[in-house]
Design a protein. Structure first.
Lengths: 193, 102
């Protein structure tokens, strides 16, 4: 972590909570948790509320689909921490790790439905080129995706285009797979609030 | 207005208009990736365009220019939310065009 305040600048109560979580999970405090717990009034609390609604709020996309979108956006941004974190959540949510791996390795041949594929294609372009046009949206609509589903997917992309940038700019350290497994269990049980 | 739109608006208003250690004009400039001078111009441009290219040296340069860690924290957050918001707005406008809304 490039800013010492994000590593150890938290208040006493937060530090005590981190120590308790480390004891229970036997894993280091995730860097994403450290970020959203630092002066949470400024960023963490409003960001967690937005992210929870995008990832767990009402939508016709399943939680697994939205976690896959999060992993996919992170993959296009080449954000190692977030790819690993949300690949683990999506794999657990689907109960299908090979499917998630297939999407990240080749979206066009992965065993998923066309509406999800078309949506991920558009999110990929938006993330890579930082803009999309009406034709890109027409292609998604033509695949049978509703305007509301597109809006829901764009909220997921907004959350992860933000968090990917922060993870990389602040230099989140990347722990081993067991830490991400523990994180995935937590995020599926409790969400982002 | 749906819940999610209110939450998005609340996040943006908080980081730009609420209290902070960086000035509101500096946070706004970072959000918009416009009107900054070095070394923040480079840092904010990297956060917006290729965040995984940010280095220890970019953060050190911001510190050496006299900014506190809290100010750097706020500026980087504003830069990240600003870029992802521009992308979101571009996509929303494209969707409105595609469904025939003005």
């Amino acid at each position: 972590m490039r800013l010492a305040i994000l590593d150890r600048g938290h208040g006493f109560g937060t530090k005590a909570l981190f120590a308790f979580i480390r004891l229970v999970t036997r894993q280091p405090t995730p860097e994403a948790v450290k970020l959203v717990s630092y002066r949470p009034d400024f960023f963490g609390t409003p960001m967690k509320r937005f992210t929870h609604e995008a990832m767990r709020g009402p939508s016709t996309w399943s939680v697994a689909d939205r976690e896959l979108m999060a992993a996919f956006v992170s993959h296009v941004n080449a954000c190692e921490f977030c790819i690993k974190a949300h690949t683990a959540v999506a794999a657990r949510a689907y109960g299908d790790e090979p499917k998630v791996a297939a999407v990240l390795s080749d979206l066009e041949t992965a065993p998923i439905g066309e509406p999800l594929r078309a949506t991920l294609r558009m999110l990929g372009k938006l993330t890579r080129e930082r803009t999309v046009g009406a034709d890109d949206m027409r292609a998604v609509l033509a695949a049978g995706v509703s305007p509301q589903q597109i809006e829901d997917a764009l909220s997921v992309a907004l959350a992860f285009n933000t968090m990917n940038r922060l993870a990389d700019a602040f230099g989140f350290s990347v722990p081993g797979p067991r830490a991400f497994e523990a994180g995935a269990k937590f995020l599926l049980a409790y969400g982002y609030r | 207005m749906t819940e999610i739109r209110q939450l998005r608006k609340a996040l943006i208003e908080r980081i730009l208009d609420g209290g902070g250690t960086a000035s509101r004009s500096q946070r706004r400039a970072a959000f918009e990736n416009a009107g900054l001078t070095e070394p923040l111009r480079t840092l904010v441009q990297k956060v917006a365009a290729q965040a995984n290219a940010v280095t220890d040296r970019d953060i050190a340069a911001a510190r050496a220019s006299g900014l506190t860690e809290d100010q750097i924290f706020e500026i980087v957050v504003c830069a990240a939310v600003g870029q992802s918001t521009r992308q979101y707005d571009s996509a929303r406008a494209a969707l409105d065009l595609a469904v025939g809304k003005e």
